[in-house]
Design a protein around this ligand. Sequence first.
Ligand code: MN
Length: 201
Amino acid sequence: MSSTKKMKEKEFLMEYREKRDFKKTKEPFGASGKKKKEKIFVIQKHDASSLHYDLRIEVKGVLKSWAVPKNLSTDPSEKRLAVQTEDHPLEYADFEGVIPEDEYGGGKVIVWDAGTYEPITDGDEKNKSIEDALKDGKVKIWLKGKKIKGGYTLINTKSGKENHWLAIKIKDDEADARRNPTSTEPESVISGKKIEEIGEE
Ligand code: MN
């Protein structure tokens, strides 16, 4: 094994793993390399120190992640703050349950929406990989969830807080200012449970 490869494997999910005690939390440790043809995305509702939604999209074998306090909107006129967090393992997309209170992110988690996504490559994004788009601070994605569908732009605010992004609905056929799935469809797409109904076991 080359030293570069060794380094890469050592760094894989390092921040994610360092924050957690896997003897105490049932969150996945994460194995590398489980890749399917279609890229997945998930939005988890997370009742931690403050209630928020975690948007995660599959990029190069991990889930790139943002904490979105007010969740994605279906209304193109609303810009939602999205704070980038550490990469999560792909298996995290199925995680629903309770993170122990004294652990990192302690609180309840449900899978609020899930599906697949495709990068939108048009205009100035043409021929740009999603990794490069992320580095440049502007990503356009087409989400195919049960509740959230259509195009979204994620744009880094370049505000000096380098992890601060905005998530904005693109004006397309799925845009709908009257819908508010965050409040009208609170249940998990996996178990049908509301976050309050998630128990210790
Ligand atoms: Mn979270």
